[in-house]
Write a protein of this length. Structure first.
Lengths: 219, 303
């Protein structure tokens, strides 16, 4: 989540075309904000969401969880028990704010970013792939990413003329679990299509054959 | 509750000292003088009074998220029992782990907002390490909760206290060994990360802080110290559940535990080089496996 947010919204634009991006119209933002608000609300008061689905769950014969507070899922007696995390975080922030107020203001200014004396360029920024690279290396024995690097050398092995890499992470669950099921179903379906070929004369033949079978059967 | 507040204040006040103590002990083993014991306090004092420089491309999150990081860390600390079983907050081990995860999230996003390639690199590494630490931490705490009964950290500590010598059964010992590894990893010590260096090949946590300055940096640095202190105190309380009841013996036991674990950390740091970053998950997965084995032993054999 940190990666998705950080790469999308923070740092310099990763590609040149993105630099000219403009803010979306208000209607788009409002609908996204509303969804975000619902997500936060359900996070703070999960009991409300449970209440909405409770009747459906009762039909299935499951008794919903009883809690002393209707809007919380945590078994506690007070509002503080249910909302401890946010309350604690906010109150610590208040205390720090008061402390800093007492200590007085300090000057805050904007300054350039330190990149070892070079000018900051957008190609120095981590992209989604590079930010996830450490994690991919950590789990490389599970992920089994295949990568192919294609190099065209001006003078091997120090001066590449062109470099291109291609990486692909297979999905083992998909390949070993879903794929056989899907291919079996598809094969059965294509076999069924041989019968169901859309030719009206063949369909008339089916009707005739069924009629004959029925007549033979009733006799 | 009073116990809990005293414990919390103790951790908040002693956090920089514990950092200084580890540094001093390391310096001693390396035949150096090292910085004074109280140097971390002076550093924080200096940072709080310094002006702040914000990178030009950053957003408001850059200065807002250090607060979230600090506040979430302190909120997690309120759940740590230190003197006896008292804890301030009404949360259990899961809330503790979740608040630490929130602090980590805030830190990583702030690092992405730092816009420097160093902060991004630190963020990338922290995400990867976090993905391995968090299961290990939850595994340890859940294991102790299953073995001891009760999911609150205070309840776990109490059950271990009441168990007496039985608190050191094979299951609990295995989980505690794993917990020491997790405490080291979470507080960014060698062999997982080196808090004393800004060399880009090795840094994780320090890399993320590189663009922060002034009060933001003070908050982030203090939060790291508090997290380390809280984990040391938690490990100590669960490892040696003794000396509770009266305030004086409790405080004495607290000091002995914290100093002992800080010295243990210093010894481990002196004896080991920092791991290559790709080897970090192996050690942490080992910790998770030890904790998991401890849980299996605890459930099947008891204790």
């Amino acid at each position: 989540m940190a990666r998705a947010f950080g790469i999308t919204f923070l740092g310099l634009p990763r590609e040149r075309t993105l630099a000219s991006g403009t803010e979306a119209p208000a209607a788009v933002r409002i609908s996204l904000l509303a969804l975000a608000g619902v997500a936060v609300g359900l996070g703070l008061f999960p009991g409300l969401g449970v209440r909405i689905v409770a009747p459906a769950v009762e039909v299935l014969g499951v008794v919903p969880l009883e809690t002393p507070l209707p809007y919380a899922l945590i078994v506690g007696d007070t509002v503080l028990d249910a909302l401890y995390g946010p309350v604690a975080v906010l109150s610590v922030c208040m205390v720090v704010w008061l402390l800093f107020r007492v200590m007085g203001r300090v000057p805050v200014r904007r300054g350039p970013v330190w990149v070892c004396g070079f000018a900051l360029q957008s190609r120095m920024q981590y992209s989604g792939t590079s930010a996830g690279e450490t994690a991919r290396l950590f789990f490389r024995s599970i992920l089994r990413t295949r990568r192919v690097a294609r190099e065209i050398w001006a003078q091997a092995p120090y001066f590449p003329q062109r470099l291109s890499t291609h990486a692909e992470t297979p999905h083992p669950v998909e390949a070993t679990l879903y794929a056989p099921v899907v291919s079996t179903v598809l094969r059965a379906a294509s076999a069924a299509r041989a019968i169901q070929n859309g030719n009206i004369r063949v369909y008339l033949l089916y009707v005739f054959a069924t009629l004959v079978l029925l007549l033979v059967g009733t006799r | 509750m009073t116990d809990g507040i005293v414990s919390l204040l103790l951790i908040l006040v002693a956090a920089p000292f514990i950092r200084g103590l580890i540094q001093k002990a390391k310096a001693f083993f390396q035949m150096r003088n090292g910085p004074p014991l109280l140097q971390p306090y002076a550093d924080l004092w200096k940072l709080v009074h310094k002006g702040e420089v914000i990178p030009e491309p950053s957003t408001f999150l850059f200065t807002a998220l250090p607060w979230v990081n600090f506040a979430a860390t302190v909120a997690a600390t309120t759940l740590v029992p230190a003197l006896g079983v008292g804890q301030v907050g009404p949360g259990d081990a899961i809330v503790f782990a979740a608040l630490l995860a929130l602090a980590r999230f805030a830190l990583i996003v702030a690092a992405f907002d730092g816009t420097s390639n160093f902060t991004h690199m630190g963020a990338s590494r922290e995400m990867a390490i976090g993905a391995v630490i968090e299961p290990a931490l939850i595994g340890c705490l859940a294991g102790l909760a299953i073995v001891g009964g009760g999911s609150g950290l205070g309840a776990i500590a109490e059950s271990r206290h009441l168990a007496g010598p039985a608190a050191f059964g094979p299951a609990a010992l295995m989980i505690l060994v794993a917990l020491i590894l997790v405490a080291q990893a979470e507080s960014g010590r060698v062999p997982f990360d080196n808090p004393d260096t800004h060399l880009e090949l090795t840094m994780v946590h320090e890399g993320m802080l590189l663009e922060h300055s002034g009060r933001s940096l003070a908050l982030l640095a203090y939060a790291a110290q508090i997290k380390q202190a809280a984990l040391i105190v938690l490990t100590g309380t669960l490892l040696f559940p003794v000396g509770w009841g009266e305030l004086l013996p409790a405080a004495l036991a607290w000091i002995v535990r914290v100093v002992a674990i800080a010295l243990l950390f210093a010894c481990i740091e002196t004896a080991n080089a920092k791991l290559r970053i790709l080897r970090v998950p192996q050690l942490l997965v080992t910790a998770t496996a030890i904790a998991g084995a401890g849980v299996v032993v605890g459930v099947t054999l008891g204790g």
